[in-house]
Design a protein around this ligand. Structure first.
Ligand SMILES: *[C@@H]1O[C@H](CO)[C@@H](O)[C@H](O)[C@H]1NC(C)=O
Ligand SMILES: *[C@@H]1O[C@H](CO)[C@@H](O)[C@H](O)[C@H]1NC(C)=O
Length: 488
């Protein structure tokens, strides 16, 4: 649709909907938060992660909720229970009594902390969790029917005025408790469904591939829609990290679908540390100037302290030592000696420079033949494409990201998502200029075309303030939909 009179004020990014949610996990391992309000604009839900499922009632977040509310005055603050490492949910659903106790404990936690709601991050009801080798899925079939009962009990304990969301698996194989049969028992209890449309290649896979491509994410969303998940409850998940995998073969000729070395122990399921997640934090993103390093005197090392180990390896977490944990698994080559694994940090610098865009799947990747590492991640461009191809195309209720602190290098992924939501970011009006902030952001929408005289028709004015309304441009005789974000 051609709208010449508005072309000049159409922003680079088209608005999804003024009301689409922007849900942000804030995890305890990456505690950095934006200090500039511009970098956190648009985030309307903060989910603090994690409270343990076996000690919920007494949980207190490391950062008080009152602090979070000062920084995010327009956000609901929720607490997530569980996470990948939590293998204790089976206790919560062991009996009707334990379900009731767990639900009441959550209510107690909300009362004690002042949180606005709870997110259940059980990975996963029915199995395939971190303990899947010790406790096979066959031991967990009861969880499939217990899970919806647990959600209903939580809803009844916390009431309608508190939020209840669930974090749900991206991989189809992990959707053990999510089916056409269980879905109708699940959706009515929850406000939001946070789809973890990432880690779609994980350490149980045997071949390289995109971990969070556009087409992969779309398929995940379709899986949930096909079992009746309401689009308006779905938040599409984004990952603020790249993933790397050690390959078994030289993958230069065909980097996608290339064999991986086994990334976990086939007997115990333990992480072989040949793969991992690489967050978008300063320490990971900025190249190191070796001339600025000094020798560590306290056993810590790495880009944060700009110190090297006097002897031994600098572990992924910035500690000097000689054990396998120090020298293997994203050992920091530039800050010590003796790493026995590939130089993940150095490889990522190459990946960022030489990343390849897979137009068809919608994913960025890089194969580093020197280190035998395959990289897969979301760029700002693939983020925008997900809004276009998935969030807007399927009318989803919002988006979610893991996690706030993992984007702390420049907050660029957060800002891009805020832009796409029409809630701020790089292209938003400068803070404090209230006149331009209230300028409506028009969005041309080709379908459906309203008929003159319908209730959606409005007279178009250059600087009108219609919200999600149809406008008629007299000069061209065309209709378009305009949307603007209510900043008040
Ligand atoms: C909760 O479970 C963890 C293991 O995931 C265990 O280490 C901890 O002791 C448990 N806490 C309680 C209160 O049972
Ligand atoms: C290295 O140190 C020099 C001199 O102190 C400084 O100008 C430069 O910014 C430093 N480089 C980095 C990458 O920190």
């Amino acid at each position: 649709m051609h709208i010449p009179s508005l072309a000049l004020i159409v922003p680079l990014f088209l608005v999804t909907s003024s009301y689409a949610r922007f849900v942000m996990y804030a995890d305890e391992w990456h505690p950095t938060r934006p200090t500039n309000p511009r970098d956190r604009e648009g985030i309307d839900h903060i989910v603090l992660a994690f409270a343990p499922s076996n000690a919920t009632a007494s949980f207190q977040p490391k950062v008080p909720i009152s602090t979070i509310k000062e920084e995010f005055p327009n956000a609901k603050v929720m607490i997530a229970i569980g996470g990948w490492g939590d293998d204790q949910f089976y206790k919560a659903v062991a009996s009707e009594t334990s379900i009731t106790t767990f639900a009441n404990d959550i209510e107690t936690m909300l009362q004690n902390t002042g949180a606005d709601g709870v997110d259940i991050d059980w990975e996963y009801p029915g199995g395939n969790g971190i303990d899947y080798k010790e406790h096979p899925n066959s031991e967990k079939t009861g969880e499939i029917t217990a899970f919806p009962k647990m959600l209903a009990a939580i809803r009844s304990a916390i009431g309608k005025n508190k939020l209840l969301s669930i974090a749900v698996p991206g991989k189809e194989i992990d959707m053990i408790a999510y089916s056409a049969e269980t879905g109708p028992e699940i959706w009515p209890s929850v406000d939001y469904i946070n789809i973890m449309a990432y880690d779609l290649i994980n350490r149980r896979d045997t071949k390289t591939g995109h971990h969070t491509s556009v087409s992969g994410s779309e398929k995940v969303v379709k899986n949930y829609l096909s079992i009746g998940a309401p689009a308006e409850k779905i938040n599409l998940g984004f990952a603020y990290y790249a993933k790397y995998f050690t390959t078994a073969d030289y993958c230069t000729a065909s980097p996608l679908g290339c064999a991986l070395v086994p990334a976990e122990d086939p007997v115990t399921g333990k992480d072989a540390l040949t793969s991992g997640a690489w967050t978008f934090e300063k320490a990971h993103m900025e190249p190191v100037d070796p001339s600025n390093l000094t020798v560590s005197t306290d056993g810590t090392c790495g880009p944060e302290t700009m110190t090297t180990c006097a002897s031994g390896c600098c572990s992924q977490y910035g500690h000097c030592g000689f054990s396998d944990e120090h020298c293997h698994g994203a050992c920091q080559h530039a800050f010590g000696t003796g790493c026995t694994d590939p130089d993940v940090f150095g490889s990522w610098q190459k990946a960022m420079k030489n990343g390849v865009y897979d137009e068809e799947e919608g994913g960025e990747y890089f194969f580093d033949a020197d280190e035998m590492l395959f990289w897969t991640w979301d760029t700002l461009e693939t983020i925008s494409r997900k809004f276009e191809d998935i969030v807007r195309a399927y009318g989803l209720g919002g988006v979610m990201a893991w996690s706030l602190g993992e984007d702390s290098y420049d907050w660029s992924h957060i800002k891009r998502m805020a832009e796409e939501l029409g809630k701020g970011g790089e292209e938003s009006c400068p803070s404090g200029s209230s006149s331009s902030m209230s300028t409506p952001t028009p969005t041309p929408t080709p379908t459906p075309t309203p008929t003159p005289g319908s209730s959606h028709q409005c007279e178009c004015v250059a600087e009108g303030y219609y919200q999600e309304d149809w406008c008629y441009d007299k000069s061209t005789g065309e209709y378009y939909c305009r949307v603007y974000y209510d900043w008040t």
